[in-house]
Design a binder for this molecule. Structure first.
Ligand SMILES: Cc1cc2nc3c(=O)[nH]c(=O)nc-3n(C[C@H](O)[C@H](O)[C@H](O)COP(=O)(O)OP(=O)(O)OC[C@H]3O[C@@H](n4cnc5c(N)ncnc54)[C@H](O)[C@@H]3O)c2cc1C
Length: 432
């Protein structure tokens, strides 16, 4: 069932609120990967949606590795055919201890075929991901992409009244905050957030290399965090490409930011032990200071948080957007169920059901990544020992090994409807 398209309503009583606001079921604040993904999912489910935010992407050498659940989400919504040309499958993950620990662990490999999958997931560049989603969003009849920022929100008992930066007014039954880590919508709703810094910066870049990646993602664990190579698809005359996410200290980042591409490529080649042969850097590169964030609540009066408005952690184990798409799939399911039962989609008990299904997954990922990251940063012998023993146990004990792999690509517990259908698109990947 499809709600009526976005329309113009009668004037409201709020003096500062525009006299002729746009009306929709749901306003999504934020037009990044998380905001666009949830907006498209909600619109395809039949809600009338306005998504506000800038779709401008700033190329920065960043990719996202999307695992089974995320691929199921995009496939179920019919979005994967448009995205797959920009992606490369991840068939194996290797961990190499480059910490210089007193008890180093042997290299560990995990292969997707061990858990019956042709690949753990697909690695896709951020810019085409957001641009493709924005293009799809523009074409959906009951989704309006309004490319301006949200400025103010007034939470009324039966609706939210939103003012955009260009003066447009919008009324909605619910606001979905996907406006990133500094979320204005979250602050306007009075939802607290605790943030903390890590003494690390992530350097991101795309690399051309001499030897093929063979669809293997390799993580070199250093004392400053992992240096990770993830397969990319070929581009024009460049058959062998990978993306780099290299966590390093703030001083190292400052020094490496001043290096030219040739000198930086030599340092990367050295860090990855020449495993891909000679390499060169594509433009541009990015530097991202690392931090973490937890929110006091996932919902408030007529508002639900998702994506980086709800959780932030460093890019270890490639979990950020994967977690956000699980937020999206769960929220869509809660709202569909509420609509089917004839309930108000912005009602407190509807939003409580979303918070209930998402809280433990979010806490588990945020805390797990915090522990893993801090264990790498510490050279305290007992912590080194525990990290080494833990990784060795994962590698050696078959059932534990498979359980960890499955948990990484498709977490246990409640699976929202949009993620229940297994993916076959990975098998038919466009990559050689
Ligand atoms: C180096 C690095 C590597 C990563 N690798 C992976 C990976 O491999 N796999 C993975 O799953 N995740 C990964 N992540 C995490 C992933 O990139 C993020 O989780 C994801 O991009 C966040 O998307 P988002 O839409 O929540 O936030 P953002 O991308 O920050 O989008 C928020 C949007 O809201 C908009 N906005 C802000 N204020 C307003 C306002 N007032 N009104 C309207 N709009 C507003 C912004 O303009 C922006 O477009 C990585 C992150 C980093 C830094």
């Amino acid at each position: 069932m499809m709600s009526s398209p976005v329309s113009v309503a009668a004037s409201t009583s709020t003096p500062t609120f525009p006299a002729e606001p746009l009306v929709c079921d749901i306003l999504v604040a934020g037009a990044g990967a998380a905001g666009l993904s949830v907006a498209i999912g909600l619109a395809k489910s039949g809600f009338s949606v306005i998504c506000v935010g800038s779709t401008q992407t700033h190329p920065n050498g960043r990719t996202v590795a999307l695992f089974e659940g995320s691929l199921r989400y995009y496939k179920a919504l019919g979005l994967w055919p448009a995205l797959r040309a920009h992606s490369a499958p991840l068939k194996e993950i290797r961990i190499i201890d480059a910490t210089g620990a007193r008890m180093p662990i042997n290299a560990i490999s995990f292969a997707s075929r061990e858990i019956g999958l042709p690949a753990f997931g697909e690695n896709i560049e951020n810019t085409p991901l957001v641009e493709t989603l924005a293009g799809i969003a523009r074409d959906l009849p009951n989704l309006r992409l309004h490319e301006t920022l949200l400025k103010d929100i007034d939470f009324q008992s039966d609706r939210v009244e939103v003012i955009l930066a260009d003066g447009t007014g919008v009324t909605a039954k619910l606001i979905v905050a996907a406006d990133g880590r500094a979320s204005l919508a979250r602050r306007k709703a009075g939802i607290g957030a605790r943030t903390w810094p890590y003494p690390q910066v992530a350097l991101t870049a795309f690399l051309d290399h001499e030897r093929p990646h063979r669809f293997i993602s390799t993580e070199y664990h250093t004392r400053f965090g992992p240096c990770t190579l993830v397969p990319l698809p070929p581009l024009d005359m460049h058959p062998h490409r990978s993306s780099l996410v290299w966590l390093m200290s703030e001083e190292q980042a400052k020094r490496r930011a001043s290096l030219d591409n040739v000198l930086l490529a030599a340092e990367i080649e050295d860090q990855i032990q020449g495993s891909l042969g000679h390499l060169s850097l594509e433009e541009p590169r990015g530097f991202f200071p690392m931090s973490g964030m937890k929110v006091s609540r996932l919902t408030g009066h007529r508002i639900a948080l998702l994506g980086e408005a709800a959780h932030v952690f460093p890019p270890l184990a490639a979990q950020g957007l994967n977690l956000s798409l699980r937020d999206s799939a769960s929220l869509i399911e809660c709202l569909e169920d509420a609509r089917a039962a004839g309930h108000d989609i912005g009602a407190a008990r509807v939003l409580a059901s979303y918070a209930r299904v998402r809280r433990s997954d979010i806490d588990l990922r945020t805390d797990g990544i915090d522990v893993l990251n801090r264990s790498l940063l510490s050279d305290f012998l007992p912590i080194d020992f525990l990290r080494g023993a833990g990784l060795a146990a994962f590698a050696a004990i078959g059932p534990l090994r498979r359980a960890i792999m499955r948990e990484g690509v498709l977490p246990h517990g409640h699976l929202p409807r949009l993620m229940r259908q297994p993916v076959d698109a990975v098998t038919n990947s466009s990559c050689p």
